[in-house]
Design a protein around this ligand. Structure first.
Ligand code: GAR
Length: 217
């Protein structure tokens, strides 16, 4: 049995592509049941179609308010039999009503080491702040902006000559590793949220890598 995931996108979809590639591995324990974009022109829709995946456009502008938009999302996800929702560059805030329905079943990838640099322009802000490391976070989604229990983080260096684009590219590579990893662990039933902290069965030893929890290779 593979876990049926629904991927929410708004843009070019490189994280969606990482999930598509992971799901193409026979031993990977998840499959993409549906890709939803809130933007009709999202480049990620082509990636999904090229991979033969079902796609839907749920354009937020067509709805009068967030609740009807989110009801449409839930309807589409349920019809597709989705068990886990992955926000992969999905640029709409999800409300508590949606998140209560999908409690501990929505993950997001964010391009910083949360709780640092929530929100937008993360790389520009990281560089301006002078931090030596940035990275990405995959977390369960809660109602606050970029809030929720951390599942995986990966750190990358911030180099003195970095432009925001340089740092974004370095972080993006780590996103492509971490999102499929988090989904794998959830699909394997190894992920528990205890008092709003994520515990991963079999990955609780000392960290020895810039990905935490460390990955057995
Ligand atoms: C990624 O860097 C993702 O972390 C970020 O948008 C980019 C989407 O790229 N998401 C957010 O900022 C959400 N807060 P992609 O479309 O190529 O996957």
């Amino acid at each position: 049995m593979t876990l049926r995931i629904g991927v929410l996108i708004s843009g070019r979809g490189t994280n969606l592509q990482a999930l598509i590639d992971a799901c193409a591995e026979p031993a990977y324990p998840a499959e993409i049941a549906l890709v939803i974009s809130n933007e009709p022109g999202a480049g990620g829709l082509k990636r999904a179609r090229d991979a033969g995946l079902p796609t839907e456009i749920v354009g937020h502008r067509a709805f009068g308010n967030r609740s009807t938009f989110e009801e449409a999302l839930t309807g589409s996800l349920r019809r597709a039999g989705v068990e886990l929702v992955c926000a992969a560059g999905f640029m709409r805030v999800l409300t508590g009503t949606f998140l209560d329905i999908w409690r501990d079943r929505v993950v997001n990838v964010h391009p910083s080491l949360l709780p640092a640099f929530r929100g937008l322009r993360t790389h520009e802000r990281a560089i301006r702040s002078g931090v030596r490391f940035s990275g990405c976070t995959v977390h369960f989604v809660r109602a606050g902006l970029d809030e929720g229990p951390v599942i995986v983080q990966s750190a990358v260096p911030v180099l003195p000559a970095d432009t925001p684009e340089d740092l974004a590219a370095r972080v993006l590579e780590s996103e492509h590793e971490c999102l499929p990893l988090a989904v794998r662990w959830i699909a394997e039933g190894r992920v528990r949220v205890v008092d709003e902290i994520v515990r991963i069965d079999g990955a609780d030893g000392p960290a020895d890598a810039s990905i935490n929890p460390p990955v057995a290779r």
